[in-house]
Design a protein around this ligand. Structure first.
Ligand code: PLP
Length: 408
């Protein structure tokens, strides 16, 4: 299987599960409880035998999606959640405890940044670092450091973490290396190539792709040695130690905290994932063309896009990613109002969200990074007039024309 291409594997994944009547999609199982003719069957599932007992932990539809994402991520096991945030928070709350220390990129998705304050209020220490700089990451390590969390490409400024060096550092120091791969997805970037322990993805974005379902995933790459991790409860130190981390996230997180995905949403995400490669190729191609157009435009002060040679981590992006992603941001020259520009765009929709088939844009400072305040925005390199765009699959000429007329 592994020698097949990305899309071949995804589109044939369900069919190969031997579904009834030759179905090529896993059916949407709405049942919450699962009954057994012989009660031993129920006992066996509770004792860890594969099967389903209650939909908060799994359904056959959920299993099928998890299987797909596990293949996409090159991991050993995957869990899916109600949203990307549910996946992220559940991972922190099940693997960290009061007194532990987390090193985290300073360039973060807004809500992930917000959750760091909550973790600190629970007694988990957090140090925010410039993760593009391995020396800052290393310098932040303390005796109680357990985990390093970074994003691949950070939105909106598109900084790229020192992914390889952090992987080597985490391996040497036995730290759990968590990568939020949402902006690249496993199609553009194989996070196991930089030794990620856990790969988190907001499925709501490029994987689902159509802006019609929320979901999140956590994949264990199988690269971290959970026998060295002090926070695995005794009850989960059983069987193959590769599975200890994901078992704890499943039991303490999915089962006890309950941020589970519905089978309906799993089906929508699963269908969406079949065209991820096609959509992302087109989106990245559109984004590069638009970034190059905007960079030359006299009304644009600066464009943030990893595919531009002017980007500080252009070489990293070129080396590690299949393409440069489809998020780009820009600052207008002084005196130009970004809200006026946004209102003039016809095809581009004023909306938050990213990874959609449609091109979406928003003014960053008063919206997604409004709550954090001016000082934090400045630390993150976010200007007050910044516009963020998530580039869609529209025809390239139409997108370029729309920006051209709006900037005229
Ligand atoms: C959107 C996003 C999330 C959160 O995902 P939801 O599915 O919206 O909860 C987390 N990380 C990154 C990088 C994101 O873009």
């Amino acid at each position: 299987m592994s020698e097949q291409g990305f899309t071949t594997k995804i589109v044939h994944s369900d069919r190969l599960l031997n579904l009834e009547y030759g179905a090529v999609h896993a059916p949407i199982h709405n049942s919450v409880p699962y009954g057994f003719d012989d009660v031993q069957g129920l006992i066996d599932v509770f004792q860890g035998k594969p099967g389903h007992a209650y939909a908060r932990q799994s359904t056959p539809t959920i299993d099928a999606l998890q299987h797909k994402i596990q293949q996409m991520d090159n991991g050993v096991a995957t869990l899916v959640f109600a949203s990307g945030m549910a996946a992220i928070v559940t991972t922190f709350l099940t693997l960290l405890k009061s007194g532990d220390h987390l090193i985290c990129s300073r360039f973060l998705f807004g809500n992930t940044n917000s959750i760091m304050g909550t973790l600190q209020s629970y007694g988990i220490e957090v140090t925010l670092v410039d993760a593009t700089n391995i020396d800052e990451v290393k310098a932040a390590q303390k005796e109680n450091t357990r985990m390093v969390f970074v994003e691949t490409i950070a939105n909106p400024v598109t900084q790229i973490s020192a992914l390889e060096a952090i992987g080597d550092f985490c391996e040497a120091q036995k730290l759990v290396y968590v990568i939020d791969n949402t902006l690249t997805s496993s199609y553009l970037f194989d996070a196991t190539s930089v030794k990620a322990s856990l790969i988190i993805t907001s499925l709501s974005k490029y994987v689902a792709g159509h802006g019609n379902a929320l979901g999140g995933s956590v994949t264990d790459s199988g690269l971290f040695d959970w026998e060295t991790y002090p926070n695995i409860f005794a009850g989960y130190q059983k069987g193959d130690s590769k599975m200890w981390g994901i078992s704890q996230i499943k039991k303490k997180g999915l089962r006890d905290m309950g941020g589970c995905l519905s089978s309906q949403a799993a089906h929508l995400i699963s269908v969406g994932s079949e065209t991820m490669e096609l959509r992302m190729d087109r989106q990245c191609d559109n984004a590069l063309a638009l970034a190059e157009f905007l960079e030359k435009h006299p009304k644009i002060e600066k464009v943030y896009y990893p595919g531009l040679k002017s980007h500080p981590q252009y070489d990293v992006a070129k080396r590690l990613f299949k393409a440069f992603g489809a998020i780009l941001s820009f600052d207008l020259i002084e005196g130009e109002d970004c809200c006026v520009l946004l209102n003039k765009l016809n095809i581009v929709i004023n909306a938050t969200h990213l990874g959609d088939n449609r091109t979406l844009a928003l003014p960053v400072a008063p919206t997604i990074y409004g709550e954090m305040g001016l000082e934090t925005r400045q630390k993150m390199g976010i200007s007050e007039s910044m516009v963020r765009c998530s580039i869609g699959i529209e025809n390239k000429a139409d997108l370029l024309k729309d920006f051209e007329q709006a900037l005229a």
